[in-house]
Design a protein around this ligand. Structure first.
Ligand SMILES: Nc1ncnc2c1ncn2[C@@H]1O[C@H](COP(=O)(O)OP(=O)(O)OP(=O)(O)O)[C@@H](O)[C@H]1O
Length: 380
């Protein structure tokens, strides 16, 4: 797994002030009539990065990819690749290739011919084509299937042919629009890791569009979360999850509890938020919200502790309630706790032990507590 590899751990060109972006979207806008699909968007992607564009349907992520590939003209702004403004460069002359869904394979051609197609069009010598195709077949582990037609393959195999075909021309950048959309869960997960290996071994830059947050979290070095043609946050999966910059991102990625309140006090590092008369939240944050302003506090279910005993200070970072629902999922248990103020919060507990002496039961009075650095302040 890439994320555990030492090489990858130190891969962070975006944090290095001397490294130059490989792809830059500078103030890119795309309008269809009076509808703005991409709105004054700026974004940098680095060489060898696995970059994911994540967002709900219609947020503009495919349009962004299609502009990079050259299938769509910009209304304004520029896209720079490796120091060159791409305006005026037709799609087939760009050093990018787009991987289409598996159904874009030619049904009457064998796997081998499908992979060779682009190379032939480019007029590559026959022997060279044969060599390249074999290399691609090995890479996607389909040597034995070279002579089959697409309809004689499984969905996953077809997907791998589509991948081999799009990599055969050795593009500097591979664009993938929902590449694993057609696959079932298990195959999808396997293919995710294959894609990550390939990208790393070939030293390519991948830009993938997906609406599947788990997929983006698994594969990407960084994720851009998009909404209504704008980028809301660009960060590593861990940062997106642990330090969402907005209510939108906190809510979009994973499960979250959000509390609303007003800023009651603040010092250099800590802000106190009054939620109601029995419950206030002390949070360590670099944010400097105005006194009395309305803010939110986001905390993930696994960061909440559930206990039967009241904590030492029951007014700060602690609230009591009733165990409303218990869902045992095997590896973890999810608790829904209905607080005194009526709000239902979600807490998850890892089942690290097989048997528990004194398990939680429904309707029991419990306390949820959390640490000062367990959640984030949301100013919007
Ligand atoms: N050719 C077009 N003419 C008019 N509107 C378009 C055109 N292409 C896209 N749009 C609109 O632009 C918006 C963004 O489309 P886009 O395909 O980029 O979304 P997306 O985020 O990729 O969504 P999905 O996940 O559903 O593919 C949508 O509201 C879409 O209806």
């Amino acid at each position: 797994m890439k994320s555990l590899g030492n090489i990858r751990r130190s891969f962070a060109p975006w944090a290095d002030p001397v490294s130059k972006p490989f792809i830059s979207f500078n103030n890119v806008t795309k309008r269809f009539g009076d509808f703005t699909a991409v709105d004054d968007l700026s974004l940098n992607i680095y060489h060898r990065e696995f970059f994911a564009l994540l967002g709900a349907s219609g947020c503009g992520k495919s349009t962004l990819l299609r502009m990079l590939a050259g299938f769509e003209q910009l209304t304004s702004g520029e896209i720079v690749l490796d120091g060159t403004d791409l305006a005026g460069t037709p799609p087939y002359k760009r050093p990018v290739n787009m991987m289409f869904q598996s159904y874009a394979l030619f049904p009457h051609m064998t796997v081998e011919k499908n992979i060779a197609f682009g190379l032939r069009q480019d007029g590559m010598a026959k022997e060279e084509i044969a060599e390249r195709v074999l290399q691609m077949l090995k890479m996607v582990k389909l040597e034995k299937f070279a002579a089959r037609k697409p309809n004689q393959l499984s969905g996953g195999q077809r997907q791998r042919v589509a991948l081999a075909r799009s990599l055969a021309k050795r593009p500097k950048v591979l664009l993938l629009d929902e590449p694993l959309g057609a696959l079932d869960k298990k195959l999808r997960e396997e293919t995710q890791f294959e894609l990550m290996d390939l990208q790393q071994n070939l030293g390519l830059t991948f830009v993938v569009v997906t609406h599947d947050q788990e997929e983006a979290m698994t594969m990407a070095d960084r994720i851009a979360v998009m909404s209504h043609g704008k980028v809301i946050q660009v960060a590593t999966p861990a940062e997106i999850y642990e330090a969402p910059n907005s209510r939108f991102v906190a809510d979009f990625i994973g499960d979250v509890n959000i509390f609303d309140g007003k800023v009651a006090s603040a010092n250099d590092s800590t802000v106190e938020i009054a939620v109601d008369e029995d419950f206030s939240i002390s949070v360590i944050t670099p944010e400097k919200p105005a006194m009395g302003s309305s803010v939110g506090f986001a905390i993930r279910p696994e960061k909440l502790r559930v206990s039967r005993k009241p904590p030492a200070n029951p007014k700060v970072n602690a609230a009591s309630g009733e165990l409303w629902d218990i869902a045992y999922l095997g590896d973890m248990t999810i608790f829904h706790v209905k607080l005194k103020n009526g709000k239902v919060v979600k807490a998850s507990l890892l089942n690290a032990q097989r048997a528990v002496d004194d398990p939680f039961v429904y309707d029991q009075e419990v306390w949820i507590t959390f640490a000062e650095d367990a959640g984030v302040l949301l100013k919007d």
